[in-house]
Ligand binder design. Structure first.
Ligand code: AMP
Ligand code: ZN
Length: 464
């Protein structure tokens, strides 16, 4: 397997630290708001990374932090006139709910920053003792010039950064790029006791402490969106590597942005849609298709048109399972595959092994759908193709709760036909042609559609 490593800027063969085991850490949400559909991209993509490793037979340990103390949280708490803990609790619950609705499997652990304050104080203290950090008036900064490798992930170097920097408002820092490890609390702000007085930890330290605590000194994969390369991940590396003299992670993976009308979707630009709202219109499979039909490092445009296309595309797979509801049968496909299916299976693996090329992997799913509807294949082969589609689709997180979905949803065209029949039935009733109206009801029932006349008109549902 090859993974594009942001550190080397090339695809590298993936060699895990421990055989058959993958230890991964992905930066999680800052919980002061519902997460937007741009934030959903890393959550969804790294879920697929983990699922694919599991499919290959690797054991995975997946840690994703939750940032539950930070300036934005404090601002939101003031705005909502609530204790910051009430805010974070509310949005942590929302985070899990939205992940569930996107069919994202939770990380093995979601440690919260506030649970690790004493460990952070400890490491900050050691950084001061080793002269990598300094304290000024209750704030503590990391001194970037002490790290000769600073900038190695982002490819930025300190001189260039300084040349491009605006005059720094914070006169306390020795260098404008020194970053905050500990921030002194203002009156009334949430605060913890520390050797430097009351304050709170900076964001860049929590990931160093938590990844170390759950995954050890060096782990396999560190992930997040591209905006985290600099400064967040650069600053994580600076702290961990000056302190422990070992790489923090071996592979650095970053997803591209979800853009909207040319700009990165972000809370600060106020150009976002919450995942929660998008889920009201499009189901998880459609949203997953929307993201995974592009390579994770490419930028992706958010617009209604692409989501509608994704909806149509995913309907093709549902047609397969309507023909063969194999998801209700065995999910085990460890039998020997026929040659044509074996080839598609291999192509799927090849695509995913090539830096998680989900776009190509999805093309393989369409090839399987083609096999299902190929009249030259006998029923048994068609059914085998449907099973493989279910199995490989599940690796990408598709087809969860399929049985429920297929008894509720039906593709666009079929729905339009039913609505047309309902209209004709109404007309027949108006014309007092009850025989025809009944016939329509009976025939639809035979096909599995139940009609119900209500005060608001006639409703239809699929009979289970
Ligand atoms: P945040 O809660 O802002 O720290 O972001 C959570 C995750 O979402 C991080 O991995 C970010 O890199 C990622 N992210 C934020 N905005 C976008 C976007 N527009 N497209 C893709 N990823 C994003
Ligand atoms: Zn992080």
């Amino acid at each position: 397997m090859f993974i594009f490593n942001t550190m080397s800027k090339k695809k590298e063969e993936f060699i895990p630290i421990e055989k058959n085991k993958v230890k991964m850490y992905v930066c999680g949400p800052t919980v002061y708001n519902y997460f937007h559909i741009g934030n959903a991209r890393p959550f969804l993509f790294f879920d697929v990374v983990r699922k694919y490793f599991n499919f290959l037979g690797y054991e995975t340990v997946y840690i994703q932090n939750i940032t539950d103390i930070d300036d934005k949280i404090i601002t939101q708490a003031i705005e909502e006139k609530k204790d910051f803990k009430e805010i974070t609790q509310k949005y942590i619950e929302a985070f899990y709910k939205d992940l569930t609705n996107l069919n994202i499997t939770f990380a093995d652990k979601n440690p919260r920053a506030t649970e690790f304050v004493s460990e952070m104080i400890e490491i900050i203290n050691s950084m001061i003792n080793k002269k990598f950090a300094y304290e000024v008036n209750g704030d503590v900064y990391f001194e970037v010039k002490k790290d000769i490798n600073y900038g190695k992930l982002s490819g930025k170097n300190l001189e260039d950064l300084q040349a491009g920097a605006r005059i720094e408002a914070n006169q306390q820092k020795r260098n404008p790029f020194d970053f905050t490890l500990w921030k002194k609390a203002k009156d009334g702000e949430p605060a913890w006791d520390s050797p430097w007085g009351k304050g709170r930890p900076g964001w860049h330290t929590e990931c160093v402490v938590m990844s170390r605590s759950f995954l050890g000194e060096t782990f396999d994969i560190h992930g997040g969106g591209m905006d985290l390369i600099f400064p967040h991940h650069e600053n994580e590396i600076a702290q961990a590597e000056v302190m422990f003299q070992k790489p923090l992670a071996n592979y650095w993976m970053h997803n591209g942005f979800l853009n909207i009308e040319g700009d990165k979707m972000s809370k600060s630009l106020n150009n976002f849609f919450t995942t929660r709202d998008v889920l009201k219109v499009y189901e998880a499979d459609v949203i997953r298709f929307f993201f995974l039909s592009k390579h994770y490092r490419s930028p992706i445009d958010y617009n209604q048109g692409i989501l509608e296309e994704s909806k149509t595309a995913i309907a093709r797979f549902y047609e397969v399972f309507r023909k063969y509801p194999v998801y209700e049968e065995l999910q085990d496909t460890s039998y020997k595959l026929e040659e044509n299916l074996d080839n598609i299976n291999k192509q799927f693996i090849e695509a995913m092994d090539d830096d998680f090329n989900t776009a190509k992997a999805i093309a393989c799913l369409f090839d399987l759908a083609k096999e299902v509807f190929n009249p030259q294949n006998d029923e048994n082969s068609q059914k085998e193709a449907a099973k493989l589609l279910y199995k490989l689709g599940s690796v990408l997180g598709f087809f969860k709760d399929l049985s429920e979905k297929l008894t509720k949803n039906i593709d666009n065209k079929a729905e339009k036909l039913i609505l047309l029949l309902l209209e004709l039935r109404n007309q027949a009733k108006k014309d007092k042609n009850f025989a025809l109206a009944d016939k329509i009801r009976q025939e639809l029932k035979a096909m599995g559609f139940e009609l119900r006349d209500t005060a608001n008109g006639t409703e239809w549902s699929l009979i289970k």
